[in-house]
Design a binder for this molecule. Structure first.
Ligand code: B12
Ligand code: SF4
Length: 666
C-alpha cells in the first residue's frame, strides 16, 4: 500500500484503510490483537475486501513521518489505550490537516463502552479531529462504518457509536447502544491463522516480544475502576476450542515464547483446564511458550489452584491472584466490587501455601471511601506469615472509559489527581514518539493528600520490608511471639525514621519514599531510577528494597535496633540470644548482587524448624523455641557478578521474591 507502488494502486482501485494500534512506551511490544481481529473480520466480508485495502501500523514514532507513509488514506482507524492515546491523537491531528476528507475513527478501551453524554462531549471537544468513536467491540461496528463509507456516509443507524455532528447542540450524536454480547464471536476469523500479522512478522519480528491471545471476551463483574466493568460487557463469549488450539499451534510455529492471555477471568470456564494442559504439553515438547500470563478470575476458587499447579508442574511459573482491592465494605460498595468471603479467601491462601503455589493479594491505594485507617487495616491483613503469599499495592489510576473516571464520580468522591508520564515498573522509560500520560488519584473526599502520603509510606515500607522478605522472618517472629501489630510496627518505624539522627540508614529509605511521593505530587512521574540499576525505573517500594539490599549491614543494624525499641515500648521481655539467631536466619536467606549466599548456616536454637512451621507448613504445631543445634542448607546459589540489573530482573519479581529457599539438614 505504499504510494510508490503504482502498480498496486492502478490494479486495485481500492480505498486505503490504515489500522493503528501503537505499542506501549515500555519494552513490551505484543502483536496488536484488537486491530488484528477487526481487520480479519473486514477481510472476510467480500464487499468490504473488494473495496478496501488494509494496512496495520504499530510502531510509535514521529507523527509527521507516520502520516508521510500513507498513500491517499480514506479511513484512519485507531485502537486507543491509555498508553498510546496521545500518540494516536497526534497522528490523527497531523493526518486530518493533510487529508481533511479522511474519516478518523477511534475505538478501544479509552472510549467508554456505554455512551455517556458528558464524557463524549468532552472527548469531541478535546479531540477535534476525530470523526467517530466506537463504544466496545469493533469487528461488526467497524464493518458497518465501512459499508456506510462506501455508500452515503450516514452513520445514524449504526448502533454503539458517537459521531461528530455540528448540527447537534452538543456537537455530536450518539446512536442506539449496541447489543455487543449477543454476537457470535466465532464469526470473527482468527488474525493469526488468516495471515493478518504476516507483514508485521516480516517487517518487525525483532521488535515483537510476544502475542496477545483471547480465549473469551466479557466479564461478569462490575468494578468501577475497570473499563470492562461496564454492564454492557456483562457476559462471556467464548471462542471455539479448535480455533484456539490452532492458534496455539501457530504461536509455536512462529516461536512466540511469551503469550499474554487477554481474558478478563482466566479459569472461569471449564475449558481453561484443558487449555492449560495443552499449553504445558507444548512447552514440554517444543519449549514454547515459556511464559503464559493470565488475569485470573477474580473470585478465585480451588479450580484456579489446579490450573496453577498444571502450569507450575509443566515449567511455566505462575502465581494466583487473590484480588481484594480493599478489605473495607464501604469501599467495595463504592467500586461495585464483590469479593469472595473472608473465610474462603483465608482457606485459599492456606491451601495455596500448602500446595506451594504462590499467591498474592491485590490492593489499590486511593479508592473512593477508603480512609487512611481502613487502608492501613487492609495492609495489616495482607501481611500474613505464609511464605508463599504476598501482596501488591497499585496506585489508583483513573482510566478513561471507566465509571470511576466519569465526571459524576469525580465530583462525588472529590478525586484529587496528578497527571504523570506513563511508564511500566522495572522497565526502561522510552518515550518514543509522543509522550503518554496517566492520571493518578492522590486524594479523595475521605483520604486527603496528607493521608494519602501517610498511606503511601506505610504501603511502601510494608512492601519493601515484609513483602520482599527483607524483614519477613524477623517480623513474623515478633508477631507470633509478642502478638504485635505489624501495622503498628511500620507506623512506629515511619515515625522514628523521620528523625535523621536516630536511625540514619532507615531515615534515608524513608526520605527516598517521600521523594517518590513528591515526584507524583509534582507530576514528574510515578517511578524512580537509582544510580546503580542502569536506566530501569521502579516503584517506591522497589527502590526502598534495593537501597536496603545495597547496604545490607546498615539496614539490618537499624532494623534490629528499631525492633528492639518497638518491643521494649510494648513491654516485651526480649530474648536477645534468640533474636540474634532470628536475625541470622533472616539475613542468611537474602541474596545480593555483590556477594554469594553462604552454602549453609548453623544455629544454636531450633530456629529453622520454628520458621518452617510458622511460615511454610502451617498445619503443624509451631514449636517452642528451644536450644537445639542445627544447620540449614541454602539451596539457591545464584551469583550475580555484581550486576544489579541482572539481579533486579531475576529476583525483584513477585514470582521469585528475594529470599532463598532453606533446607533443614537432617
Ligand atoms: C494486554 C494488556 C496489557 C499489556 C499491553 C500489551 C500491548 N502492547 O498491547 C501490558 C501488560 C503491557 C499492559 C500494560 C498496561 N495496561 Co493493560 N491490559 C491488557 C489487557 C489485559 C488486554 C488488552 C487486549 O488486547 N484485549 C483484547 C482486545 C481484543 O480487546 P480490546 O483491546 O478491548 O479491543 C476491542 C474493543 O476495545 C474494540 N477496539 C479496540 N481498538 C479498536 C479500534 C477501532 C478502530 C475500533 C472500531 C474498535 C476497537 O474492538 C476490539 C475487539 O472487539 C486489557 C484488559 C482486557 N482484557 O482487555 C488491559 C488494559 C488494556 N490495560 C489497561 C491499563 C490501564 C494498563 C496500564 C496503563 C496499567 C499500568 N499503569 O501499569 C499498563 C500500561 C503501561 C505501559 N507503559 O505499558 C487498561 C486500559 C484502560 C484504558 N482506558 O486504556 C485495560 C483495559 C485494563 C483495565 N483495567 O481496564 N496491558
Ligand atoms: S477488574 Fe477484572 S473483574 Fe473487575 S470488571 Fe475489570 S476485568 Fe472484570
Amino acid at each position: 500500500m505504499s504510494c510508490s507502488n503504482e502498480e498496486a494502486l492502478t490494479q486495485e482501485k481500492k480505498k486505503n484503510v490504515y489500522m493503528h494500534q501503537f505499542q506501549t512506551p515500555s519494552s513490551k511490544n505484543l502483536l496488536p490483537l484488537a486491530i488484528g481481529l477487526i481487520t480479519a473480520f473486514q477481510k472476510n466480508d467480500s464487499l468490504i475486501s473488494e473495496s478496501f485495502n488494509f494496512e496495520l501500523k504499530i510502531l510509535r514514532g514521529d507523527p509527521e513521518e507516520i502520516v508521510d507513509s500513507y498513500c491517499d488514506p480514506d479511513v484512519l482507524a485507531f485502537s486507543a489505550y491509555s498508553w498510546n492515546f496521545q500518540q494516536s491523537l497526534e497522528v490523527a491531528n497531523v493526518a486530518k490537516k493533510r487529508y481533511p476528507d479522511a474519516l478518523i475513527v477511534f475505538g478501544g478501551p479509552m472510549i467508554g463502552l456505554s455512551q455517556k453524554p458528558k464524557e463524549i462531549e468532552r472527548f469531541f471537544r478535546m479531540c477535534e479531529h476525530v470523526d467517530i468513536i466506537v463504544h466496545g467491540m469493533g469487528e461488526w461496528t467497524f464493518s458497518e462504518i465501512l459499508r456506510k463509507r462506501m455508500d452515503d456516509n450516514d452513520f445514524t443507524n449504526i448502533g454503539g457509536i458517537s459521531y461528530r455532528n455540528l448540527n447537534s447542540p452538543a456537537g455530536f450524536t450518539s446512536t442506539s447502544p449496541a447489543v455487543f454480547l449477543k454476537k457470535d464471536i466465532n464469526e470473527i476469523p482468527s488474525p493469526f491463522l488468516e495471515g493478518i500479522f504476516d507483514d508485521i512478522l516480516i517487517n518487525h519480528r525483532d521488535k515483537i516480544t510476544g502475542a496477545l491471545w483471547e480465549t473469551n471476551r466479557g466479564c461478569p463483574f462490575a468494578c468501577a475502576f475497570c473499563v470492562q466493568g461496564d454492564r454492557i460487557f456483562n457476559n462471556i463469549l467464548m471462542f471455539d476450542e479448535d480455533r484456539l488450539l490452532d492458534e496455539l499451534e501457530w504461536m509455536k510455529e512462529n516461536n512466540f515464547e511469551y503469550i499474554f492471555c487477554t481474558d478478563a477471568n482466566f479459569g472461569i470456564k471449564k475449558k481453561d483446564i484443558e487449555l492449560a494442559k495443552k499449553i504445558v504439553e507444548m512447552k514440554k515438547n517444543y519449549n514454547c511458550p515459556k511464559y503464559f500470563v493470565v488475569n485470573w478470575t477474580k473470585n478465585s476458587s480451588k479450580k484456579i489452584l489446579d490450573i496453577t499447579e498444571i502450569f507450575n508442574e509443566g515449567g511455566i511459573p505462575t502465581r494466583i491472584t487473590l484480588s481484594r482491592q480493599s478489605f473495607n465494605d464501604t469501599v467495595l460498595e463504592a467500586i461495585k466490587r464483590k469479593n469472595i468471603r473472608q473465610s474462603a479467601y483465608n482457606e485459599l491462601t492456606r491451601e495455596a501455601n500448602q500446595r506451594k503455589i504462590l499467591s498474592y493479594t491485590e490492593l489499590i491505594l486511593g479508592l473512593p471511601e477508603e480512609t487512611y485507617d481502613s487502608f492501613a487495616a487492609g495492609i495489616e491483613i495482607s501481611m500474613d506469615e505464609y511464605i508463599a503469599h504476598n501482596f501488591i499495592v497499585y496506585l489508583c489510576r483513573l482510566l478513561d472509559g471507566t465509571e470511576m473516571a466519569s465526571i459524576d464520580n469525580r465530583e462525588k468522591y472529590e478525586y484529587d489527581t496528578r497527571v504523570v508520564p506513563v511508564c511500566l515498573g522495572r522497565n526502561v522509560a522510552r518515550q518514543i514518539g509522543v509522550n503518554e500520560y496517566e492520571e493518578i488519584i492522590v486524594g479523595t473526599s475521605t483520604m486527603p493528600v496528607c493521608d494519602w502520603k501517610k498511606a503511601h509510606s506505610l504501603s511502601s515500607f510494608a512492601l519493601a520490608l515484609f513483602n520482599y522478605r527483607l524483614a519477613f522472618y524477623a517480623l513474623a517472629y515478633c508477631k507470633n511471639e509478642y502478638s504485635i501489630s505489624l501495622r503498628e510496627f511500620f507506623e512506629f518505624l515511619i515515625q522514628e525514621t523521620n528523625d535523621s539522627k536516630k536511625y540514619k540508614f532507615l531515615n534515608k529509605v524513608n526520605n527516598l519514599i517521600k521523594d517518590c511521593q513528591e515526584n507524583i505530587i509534582k507530576e514528574n512521574g510515578s517511578l524512580m531510577s537509582l544510580d546503580f540499576t542502569g536506566d530501569l525505573f521502579f516503584e517506591s517500594n522497589e527502590v526502598a528494597c534495593l537501597l536496603c539490599i545495597k547496604h545490607l549491614d546498615d539496614f539490618y543494624s537499624d532494623l534490629r535496633d528499631i525492633i528492639n525499641e518497638f518491643l521494649e515500648s510494648k513491654g516485651a521481655n526480649i530474648n536477645k540470644a534468640v533474636l540474634d539467631e532470628v536475625f541470622k536466619y533472616q539475613k542468611s536467606l537474602i541474596p545480593t548482587w555483590y556477594s554469594k549466599l553462604d552454602e549453609s548456616a548453623s544455629f544454636e536454637y531450633n530456629i529453622p524448624q520454628y520458621f518452617h512451621s510458622l511460615c511454610v507448613d502451617r498445619d503443624t504445631n509451631i514449636p517452642k523455641i528451644i536450644k537445639n543445634k542445627n544447620t540449614i542448607k541454602i539451596l539457591d546459589k545464584i551469583g550475580f557478578d555484581n550486576n544489579a540489573v541482572q539481579y533486579v530482573k531475576k529476583r525483584l519479581t513477585i514470582t521469585t521474591l528475594i529470599t532463598a529457599e532453606p533446607q533443614i539438614e537432617k
